[in-house]
Every structure is written in structure tokens, then in C-alpha cells.
Design a protein around this ligand. Structure first.
Ligand code: AMP
Length: 213
């Protein structure tokens, strides 16, 4: 099963992608996570991506296409994968189509999580996650029992460097200008499924499972 999750920043892509990947036993391929790991490592790609990510812009097509072309060849992708946050431009979507066609593969479902911009700013600027296990929290909607400490594993909660209001507004703007056109791109291909990302998390999860099952 090859899945693609689309939606503006904060629509719940990452959270849902993690749950769906776990349920269906396929790897979650998040270009955002891979780029953050590269920045942390200080690799060539990380050095190139850091400033762009901090400003809320998009990293070059060449870099992310290269990352996904390599990653999807790994053994754990043989039974399928879930793309989370890639593609984000028409050029990336076209490169993905070419790459999959060469391998005689295709995306089975494109899930689009729709959400309202102002609600997204509130959602994103309040969120944090555990540096140990990745569990997500929110200072209004899902508070940890002890401030800054993960309920699940006791790890330290951290906020993403690009989850401040100014950067979030730039990320939403980049989404509108560069990524939203992909909705039509995939609708024309006939495999786009709309899911309301403003519903409670469990309802969003159930809606996605209903589509996939
Ligand atoms: P995310 O974790 O998906 O919100 O991504 C965080 C940041 O990584 C984005 O704001 C971009 O700067 C960069 N990024 C992630 N995926 C892509 C992509 N497919 N194309 C370009 N930039 C990306």
C-alpha cells in the first residue's frame, strides 16, 4: 500500500500518518523529520536546509526529491510506504510520478486533510513533542500532567524551531502558493480523498481507516 498525506501545516498529517503507518505496518516517510535529522547532524543537506526551514519556506525540490528517491528504495518500503509532507510542489509531484512509473508502482490513495488557517496557527504554536518517544502534546488541548515532561516515557518535551507565529504564517503562505495546487493535480488523477482535519483526532483517524479499508 502506497499512501500520500497532504494538508496544510498543523492539519494533523504527522499525527495521523504515525498512527496509520503503525496500523498498516508501513514506514512513515516524513521529509520534515528527515530534514530536521539532517539539520541536527549538521550534514551537507542539513546545512543547506536549516535557514530555509527556520524562515518557513520550502527546501529545494532537488534535495527533497533526492531524499525520497533514495529512501523509498530501502528494504522496509518493499511492502509500501506513507509519504508525509512530500510532495509539496507540482515539480515534486511530477518527479514522484516519474519515479514510481519507472519502478512500475503507483500511489493508491492521496488523503487531503483540510483545515482552517487561523485554527492552524493556534494549533501549531501551542504544540510540543517528546524528545524521547515523539508523543505529541498541546498547551490547550492535550496538556501533560507535569509541565515539560512526557506522560508516556518521562522524556523532555520540546517545541520545533519553526513552530513560532511568524514562521507558521510563512509556512501557511508557502502551502497556499506552492502546495495547494497539488489538490487539483491529484483530483484530476482521480485518487484524492478529502478528510476534514478539524474533526477530533480519533474521528479523523477513523475516517482515514474507512477510506483505506
Ligand atoms: P513539516 O515537518 O512537514 O512541517 O516540514 C518542516 C519544514 O521542512 C517545512 O516547512 C519545509 O521547510 C521543509 N520541508 C519538508 N518537506 C518538504 C518538501 N517536500 N519540500 C520542501 N520543503 C520541505
Amino acid at each position: 500500500m502506497k499512501l500520500l498525506f497532504m494538508g496544510p501545516p498543523g492539519a494533523g498529517k504527522g499525527t495521523q500518518a504515525r498512527r496509520i503507518a503503525e496500523k498498516y505496518g508501513i514506514p512513515q516517510l516524513s521529509t520534515g523529520d528527515m530534514l530536521r535529522a539532517a539539520v541536527k547532524e549538521g550534514s551537507d543537506i542539513g546545512l543547506k536546509a536549516k535557514a530555509v526551514m527556520e524562515s518557513g519556506g520550502l527546501v529545494s525540490d532537488e534535495i527533497v526529491i533526492g531524499i525520497i528517491a533514495d529512501r523509498t528504495l530501502a528494504a522496509d518500503c518493499a511492502g509500501g510506504f506513507l509519504l508525509d509532507g512530500f510532495p509539496r510542489t507540482v515539480a515534486q509531484a511530477e518527479a514522484l510520478d516519474r519515479m514510481l512509473a519507472e519502478r512500475r508502482h503507483a500511489i493508491d490513495h492521496v488523503i487531503d486533510l483540510a483545515a482552517d488557517s487561523e485554527a492552524l496557527v493556534r494549533r501549531i504554536t501551542g504544540r510540543s513533542s517528546c524528545a524521547g518517544c515523539g508523543e505529541g502534546y498541546h498547551n490547550e488541548f492535550k496538556k501533560p500532567t507535569h509541565v515539560g515532561v512526557c506522560d508516556k516515557c518521562g522524556g523532555q518535551l520540546t517545541q520545533r524551531a519553526d513552530d513560532n507565529e511568524e514562521t507558521v504564517r510563512n509556512r501557511l503562505d508557502a502551502y497556499q502558493r506552492q502546495t495547494a495546487p497539488l489538490i487539483d493535480y491529484y483530483r484530476r488523477q482521480g485518487n484524492l480523498k478529502d478528510v476534514d482535519g478539524m474533526l477530533p483526532m480519533d474521528e479523523v483517524f477513523d475516517a482515514i481507516c474507512a477510506i483505506l479499508d
